[in-house]
Design a protein around this ligand. Structure first.
Ligand code: GLU
Length: 304
């Protein structure tokens, strides 16, 4: 497969598209990002790398971190966690309060905000130093010590995260939050603030393409079954209320974030991360989705 040639074509074709998109501004610090940034990094299972654009620039991974916190919770808590959070697509916006009320405080899945807040609660209970230990886990997946929280982003979200506070309080009222609301949200805002380059994030997601083992040293981080479940949840729940559209157009398990990033994998083939800040009306990177659609169309490598 001539990935270099295909990526050049993808870049050229995406540059010509005039897509509607808006930067997330409900977290003030995210609104400062240059909307014209655009990077892509593809890492293949044989260790080769291909990229273009701003693929070495750090961006806020936001909700993409929910896949990583879910993975760590699965390791630490095991199947008991599924009593507190479901695995169904939401078909609703990522921060829906109505759905949580209808479902009596059991979030639809771990990749919407309410579900990720329950996962954050599990990690706060399980980890001796939650923020430090979570960062250590992410650094291990990435094979890099260069990964960190962006404290300005975390602080910015803490000041304006009223909807997340409402979700956390509702979970608490329904006995689905064991720790204090502010402690759990402090962890959650920090996990979402992690900054990574496309390359670092592609390396991190390689574990999900490699049946749970790190590519760089073969160490097993997740069982094959846990990895299968994580990929299934990404496939059905990874794109807010646009998971069906992403499956339809791209055909890969993945997760987006309001920072404009999308991470996706093809089991036993590759991991790919694209970053372009303007979001479509469903909250997913408009150009990012287009680039991945072109990639799987041109390579013929989607999971379907
Ligand atoms: N920290 C963001 C929030 O909770 C994450 C949202 C996202 O990327 O979808 O609003």
């Amino acid at each position: 497969m001539n990935y270099s040639k295909i990526l050049k074509e993808v870049k050229a074709e995406v540059d010509l598209l005039e897509l509607e998109g808006h930067i997330a501004n409900y977290i003030p610090e995210l609104a400062k990002v240059d909307p014209d940034r655009f990077g892509l990094h593809l890492q293949c299972i044989d260790g080769t790398h291909f990229d273009f654009g701003d693929s070495q620039m750090k961006f806020s991974i936001q909700s993409i971190s929910k896949v990583l916190s879910m993975a760590l919770a699965m390791k630490l808590e095991g199947v008991a966690m599924w009593e507190r959070v479901d695995v169904e697509p939401s078909g609703n916006p990522f921060n829906s309060l109505i759905q949580l009320e209808h479902e009596h405080g059991i979030p639809r899945n771990p990749l919407i905000n309410a579900g990720a807040i329950v996962i954050a609660d599990i990690l706060v209970s399980r980890l001796a130093n939650p923020k430090v230990d979570f960062l250590t886990f992410v650094r291990k997946l990435a094979g890099s010590e260069e990964i960190d929280f962006d404290l300005k982003v975390a602080e910015s979200e803490a000041k304006t995260g009223f909807t997340n506070r409402a979700l956390a309080n509702f979970l608490k009222a329904n006995f689905n939050l064991k720790n204090e609301v502010e402690e759990v949200l402090d962890f959650y805002f920090h996990q979402c603030s992690i900054a990574m380059t496309c390359r670092e994030l592609a390396e991190t997601f390689m574990v999900f393409a490699n049946h749970g083992c790190l590519l760089h040293n073969g160490e097993r981080m997740l069982s094959a079954s846990q990895t299968k479940r994580i990929n299934a949840i990404m496939q059905t729940c990874g794109f807010y209320d646009e998971a069906g559209e992403f499956s339809f157009r791209v055909g890969l398990p993945g997760k987006s974030g309001v920072g404009g990033g999308i991470a996706a994998i093809h089991p036993q083939q590759y991991s790919v991360v694209v970053w372009s800040p303007p979001l479509n009306e469903k909250g997913n990177s408009a150009k990012g989705m287009a680039a991945l659609e072109l990639l799987t169309t041109k390579t013929g490598l989607s999971i379907f």
